[in-house]
Design a protein around this ligand. Structure first.
Ligand SMILES: Cc1ncc(COP(=O)(O)O)c(C=O)c1O
Length: 324
């Protein structure tokens, strides 16, 4: 029985999130509003944190370490969720400190997080750096729980394995036969993939890679899914054909966004009242628009994974006038 395998979680997210029917440019499609999972903790990451922070509390951690870009939604959600459970956070961020911090970094500062800023090269060794700092703190008697980039570990991705069960209960798979989401560290996609194998095996998962090149993210997703299947002895076999990477939507780089995407984000906001972020959902939506919105009623469900605070870090770009 699958219920015997499911790890325990702590309830942090406002779920189930609604699935809305959206009309845009004469087309109608479905959007899962995972940007509604919370406020300080909004977005996809809080689903993973329910499992990870359960474990952190169980291990009686006083500190939570995690890493990401300086505008990391994951780092911000981790810091706020940890604070709500009485734990301090130290964030290892790829980027620079700023007295004028905006968006997620601003919120991290308001919360009083501890920071270590890393160069891009150092960020490649973030796990090692976090492990070294963990040892130092532990010598001082602290208990530290380390969460890898994006909360993407076999335990963390249960957040999105569970989301598939949630969507099935919402009956959306009668109308949709595929899901599309932005893929950063790959955990959300890996969770959806494993969840699909467990609960809805004919479902296809499309991932829009915003951070890593196509082959690298594909390998990350598949190996994380495989590790999870092994670790939890899940009664499924990985099927690579269920996964497709839609490449080429972040050629400008993870920390940037092109004007054509911003123009689409603004058009979409003005006709639906829904805002998309510059690093993840804005890029994923452009992929959705190009690949699926040409159909009158697309059967692919778009997951809005949050990222609202990232908008403020790009306020000048959002306010520029493009060909609108
Ligand atoms: C808003 C948003 N969407 C999507 C993602 C991608 O999730 P994952 O890292 O699990 O691939 C992230 C990750 O930080 C995110 O913040």
């Amino acid at each position: 029985m699958i219920t015997q395998i499911i790890p325990k979680r702590i309830l942090l997210a406002n779920i189930p999130t609604p699935i809305q029917k959206i009309s845009f440019e004469g087309k109608t499609f479905f959007m899962k509003r995972d940007d509604f999972t919370g406020i300080e903790t909004s977005g996809n990451k809080i689903r993973k944190l329910e499992y990870l922070l359960y474990q952190a509390k169980k291990e009686k951690a006083g500190y939570v370490f995690t890493c990401g870009g300086e505008q990391s939604n994951h780092a911000r959600a981790t810091a706020f969720a940890s604070a709500s459970l009485g734990m301090k956070s130290r964030l290892f961020l790829w980027g620079k400190n700023s007295d004028n911090a905006d968006g997620n970094l601003f919120l991290d500062k308001v919360l009083g997080c501890e920071f270590r800023f890393l160069s891009k090269n150092e960020f490649g060794n973030a796990n090692k750096i976090m492990a070294e700092e963990k040892l130092i703190l532990e010598k001082k008697g602290e208990k530290v729980f380390v969460i890898p980039e994006g909360g993407s570990s076999p335990l963390g991705i249960w957040g999105y394995i569970h989301a598939i069960e949630e969507m099935q209960a919402q009956n959306i798979f009668k109308k949709c036969n595929a899901i599309i989401t932005a893929s950063g560290s790959g955990g959300t996609t890996a969770g959806l993939l494993v969840g699909a194998l467990l609960f809805k095996s004919d479902l296809k998962i499309f991932a829009v890679n915003v951070l890593y090149p196509k082959d690298e993210i594909k390998n990350k997703i598949l190996s994380l899914a495989e590790q999870t299947i092994k670790e939890f002895r899940l009664p499924v076999k990985l099927d690579e054909k269920r996964l497709e990477i839609l490449d080429g939507y972040s050629k400008e780089g993870y920390k940037h966004i092109t004007n054509d995407k911003l123009s689409l984000i603004k058009k979409f906001a003005r006709s639906t009242g829904i805002i998309l972020d510059p690093a993840y959902t804005g890029k994923a939506f452009k992929a959705y628009y190009d690949n699926f919105l040409s159909a009158r009623t697309p059967k692919t469900l778009f997951i809005h994974t949050g990222g609202l605070y990232g908008v403020f870090s790009k306020r000048k770009k959002y306010l520029l006038n493009y060909d609108e």
